[in-house]
Design a protein around this ligand. Structure first.
Ligand SMILES: [Zn+2]
Length: 283
């Protein structure tokens, strides 16, 4: 599932290409994926594209916003006449010219012949049209914790960890405590900071807390720098894959040698998610 670096990469693309466009019309092929009054955004111009945790907010000039969460397989694909030869990467390789296909559930027709497609094979994502002043009180956005690289301070991080016995990896993925981290970056950050994923959060020393926060920032920055990880269907706003999968340290590397000490990477289930670690150098 796309995490902070992937959704940030989508945001950067949408900010670059969508801002300034006017929404002329919307077609909804699968009603469950869009809620809110579509008439409220017709004729409005895109002002800015923001991200909170793994959620996107496309702000319009008329007091409304289009909020979205791509969940597992959602794709927001921008097409302009001169960019139409773009091939969409990811598991199902399709060309931009073949859109809309059967997985294209919402279509935003923009001025100047541009189109924004919402494509989602598994259909877990959502788009909601809401008044901009009510975005922060929407169910997804109101329960987000502070975010690394934005407003999560070391002091806050310490308080979050000290109060809880939850295995540290599960805590890192709890969006209500810390926003943006999912399975890929939680696994890699724990490896970088040499902390075993099953350690109770409140058992970390101050030095380990510092190392962990630093490692989280490091892996998220790397993820953003290389355009996110295209493991399944994640692509950016033009349909291109990211490259972080080439930089996975332990994630999905079970039975392979640890890049640090050569021991065999192990995999366990923790909170229902595949958890990868080096039994020798993560304590
Ligand atoms: Zn190792």
């Amino acid at each position: 599932m796309p995490e902070l670096p992937e959704v940030e990469t989508i945001r950067i693309g949408l900010q670059k290409y969508l801002v300034g466009h006017i929404i002329k019309d919307i077609t909804i092929n699968l009603p469950k994926q869009l809620s809110g009054d579509t008439k409220a955004v017709i004729g409005a111009r895109v002002v800015v594209v923001k991200r909170f945790g793994k959620g996107l907010v496309i702000e319009l000039d008329n007091g409304y916003s289009i909020t979205a969460h791509v969940k597992m397989t959602g794709q927001l694909l921008y097409k302009e006449p001169y960019l139409s030869k773009q091939v969409i990467a990811g598991n199902a390789k399709v060309s931009m010219t073949s859109l809309p296909d059967k997985y294209t559930h919402v279509i935003f027709y923009l001025d100047k012949g541009a189109i924004l497609f919402y494509r989602d094979v598994r259909q877990f994502g959502w788009i909601k049209i809401v008044r901009s002043d009510l975005v922060a009180s929407q169910p997804y956005f109101k329960k987000l914790g502070p975010e690394p690289l934005r407003d999560l301070t070391f002091e806050q991080f310490q308080v979050i960890l000290q109060k809880r016995k939850t295995p540290i990896k599960q805590l890192l993925m709890d969006q209500s405590l810390i926003a943006g981290i999912g399975n890929i970056y939680a696994n890699d950050a724990l490896f970088v900071s040499r902390i075993h994923p099953q350690r109770p959060a409140n058992s970390l020393s101050e030095e380990e807390q510092k190392n962990l926060l630093h490692a989280i920032e490091q892996v998220l920055k790397k993820g953003i720098e290389v355009g996110g990880a295209s493991e399944w269907s994640y692509v950016d706003a033009l349909g291109k894959s990211g490259r972080y999968q080439n930089y996975f340290q332990v994630y999905r590397k079970h039975s392979q040698p640890c890049p640090r000490c050569g021991s065999e990477i192990q995999v366990i289930r923790l909170g229902g998610r595949g958890t990868f670690f080096c039994p020798k150098c993560q304590k």
